[in-house]
Write a protein that binds this ligand. Sequence first.
Ligand SMILES: O=C(O)c1ccccc1NCC(=O)[C@H](O)[C@H](O)COP(=O)(O)O
Length: 212
Amino acid sequence: MTPSRTRIKFCGLTRERDVADAVAAGADALGFVLWPGSKRCVDEARLAALAAQVPAFVTRVGLFVDASPEFVQRASRHLDLLQFHGDETPSFCAQFGRPWIKALRMRDDLDLHAAAAAYDGAQALLLDAYRPGVPGGTGETFDWSRIPASLAKPVILAGGLTPDNVAGAIERVRPFAVDVSGGVEAEPGVKDPGQLSAFAAAVAEADRKRPA
Ligand SMILES: O=C(O)c1ccccc1NCC(=O)[C@H](O)[C@H](O)COP(=O)(O)O
């Protein structure tokens, strides 16, 4: 499938004003980190408040890192899509009967074709940088040439994207969507409205230059 435009997911939102700014900038999806080890973590009450502010047709994504099934189940009341960022198995991810995606950290030995086959129930694979001991939000890029031109699942490209490098990433990878957290922040968990708009503008510009 060749999408007509690159979707945008802004991740790690913690504040109402950032949700409003991200939607105004043109977000297709907003990510809420539900892992207590993150500076961007929101608790269930914050999640409920932020999720209630998201308009129709903008996807509310919850990020989990090896969470308990009970927690995922409870949080999913406020979510449209589940994103699993830890060592969750395909059957763990599928047990909630909700749409889900799997984040894969690009360790040197990761076989993407095998992962796409294993996680065949996923709606997409989110490819992120690998740093030992850090499940996500590293602010680091990885070698995009490792992503095959054709994969059995749509690719969401993440890891160290910024308004300055996202156009090159789109040109190189042609992902279904791009995901950014640190590259549009003033500090962890605090988005910068100018960076959100600049990122969305860079994506739109890259799409305009994309061959038909
Ligand atoms: O952002 C976090 O703190 C985080 C913690 C644990 C798991 C995932 C986390 N973020 C996941 C994301 O989807 C980020 O957007 C993605 O890793 C890219 O982050 P960045 O490199 O900062 O753009």
